[in-house]
Design a protein around this ligand. Structure first.
Ligand code: S3P
Length: 183
């Protein structure tokens, strides 16, 4: 059984599959756990991301995201972390919190993959033209900040690639569970 030796941080544009990949990886790496930054912010604020944007604006959201990041950087160890798409853009120190993997998916494919409901949850996807421009601007930043880039076309393949990266960089360590002997 294996466990992580440092945080594994998944980055990428909205809808690139970060949470799905994180959840699947956590199942493969039995003694690891996964965090989703958007879900944590929703939990702490007690409203959805969309409501945060609508009620308080983007700047308020970015401040909440930064506070959450500071907590992750100081207190979270050896976790699989699925990040909101703005994190590597607004928080360059993200690199200090673990190994970064950029899950890359073409913009047109993101639009095809996301259901209407999933699009509705993301205020920055409301205007497709603006979202495409944002993607083009951000793609380079995601790539530059990442330790690895994976073209996330197929979940099984992506998970296998990530496990291979972790193994070959010795980021996985054996986890021994000691069985109690009964006399
Ligand atoms: C954002 C991405 C969203 C969420 C918020 C802002 C962004 O997360 O954090 O709507 O700036 O790219 P996902 O990447 O999980 O959609």
């Amino acid at each position: 059984m294996y466990t992580l030796k440092k945080n594994l941080i998944l980055t990428g544009f909205m809808g690139s599959g970060k949470s799905t990949v994180a959840r699947s990886l956590a199942k493969h790496l039995e003694h690891s756990y996964f965090l989703d930054t958007d879900s944590l912010i929703e939990h702490f604020e007690n409203i959805s991301i969309k409501e945060i944007f609508d009620k308080h604006g983007e700047e308020y959201f970015r401040n909440a995201e930064k506070r959450l990041f500071d907590w992750i950087k100081n207190d979270v160890k050896n976790a699989i972390i699925s990040t909101g798409g703005g994190m590597p853009i607004f928080i360059p120190e993200i690199k200090e919190a673990g190994i970064l993997i950029y899950l890359r998916v073409d913009f047109e494919e993101i639009l095809e993959r996301l259901s209407h409901e999933e699009k509705q949850k993301r205020p920055l996807l409301a205007d497709t033209t603006k979202a495409r421009e944002l993607f083009e601007k951000r793609d380079k930043i995601y790539a530059k900040s990442a330790d690895y880039i994976i073209h996330n076309k197929d979940l099984t393949h992506t998970v296998e690639r990530i496990i291979h990266i972790l193994e070959s960089n010795k980021i996985l360590s054996l986890f021994f569970s000691v069985k109690q002997e009964h006399t």
